[in-house]
Design a binder for this molecule. Structure first.
Ligand code: SF4
Length: 237
């Protein structure tokens, strides 16, 4: 007797990408991106829908600077591959630390993250306003580590600063998006970060690891598809 493995209709190989509908049928978007693994699936979905996109890399939260550079370079590499414009915005980390002051011990998904998202989306919205983009969104929402509602609230709040601007609250995780994000990251052998980005997330992830008998994070060494090691599972939100 032969056993057949059912084909997964959402896998990268078999998924028939639908044409996505943007708010007000806008055909141009400024996409805030946090990193290549989160951006890959979102960028391919937008491209397949014929929506003109520009990637905006503004992440002064990422610590230390080598980590910031490798995440940025990986994202730019994929933009170049897909022929998508890439905006390399400021690494104004001093402003980030100023805004976060007093929230250093907040847990991930707490108030510090709201301020962090606000800062990144405010700059994205400003750039969109100054350059005539009618729509913004962010790749942050595809990560199961993040609270989607928190991200969408911050995105909508940033876009509301300008009359002609909308934040697209599309759920990139649905219809297998979270799975394709991993498949695509392996296909492209993206750099695999093991903490959200800021110095406090690095500290707290290492604390969790030590409490659970795991080694500390080694930065700059892991790439998807080369050395996959199971890590802590996120809670769904
Ligand atoms: S944990 Fe992530 S989202 Fe939260 S403040 Fe740090 S970098 Fe920003």
């Amino acid at each position: 007797m032969t056993h057949r493995t059912a084909m997964n209709p959402y896998s990268l190989d078999s998924y028939q990408r639908p044409t996505l509908e943007t708010p007000d049928q806008q055909d141009r978007i400024l996409l805030h991106s946090c990193c290549a693994p989160c951006a890959g699936e979102v960028m391919e979905a937008i491209k397949a829908s014929g929506i003109a996109q520009t990637v905006f890399f503004y992440n002064p939260n990422i610590h230390p600077v080598e980590e910031y550079e490798i995440r940025k370079d990986e994202n730019k590499r994929f933009c170049d591959k897909l022929d998508i414009p890439f905006i390399d915005a400021d690494y104004d980390k001093d402003n980030w630390f100023d805004r976060i002051e007093g929230l250093e011990d907040e847990p991930e998904r707490g108030k510090r993250c709201t301020v962090c998202f606000d800062m990144r989306f405010e700059r994205t919205a400003l750039y969109a306003h100054e350059h005539g983009f009618p729509l913004i969104s962010s790749t942050l929402g595809i990560s199961r580590w993040k609270n989607m509602e928190q991200i969408n609230d911050c995105g909508v709040r940033a876009a509301d600063r300008y009359d002609e601007l909308d934040y697209w609250t599309f759920n990139w995780r649905k219809q297998g998006g979270a799975q394709r994000m991993i498949e695509l990251s392996k296909r492209e052998e993206f750099y695999q970060q093991e903490y959200c980005g800021c110095v406090y997330s690095l500290r707290d992830t290492n604390r969790w690891r030590m409490a659970n008998g795991r080694p500390r994070i080694k930065r700059m060494v892991k790439f998807y598809g080369r050395d996959m090691i199971p890590t802590r599972e996120p809670e769904d939100s």
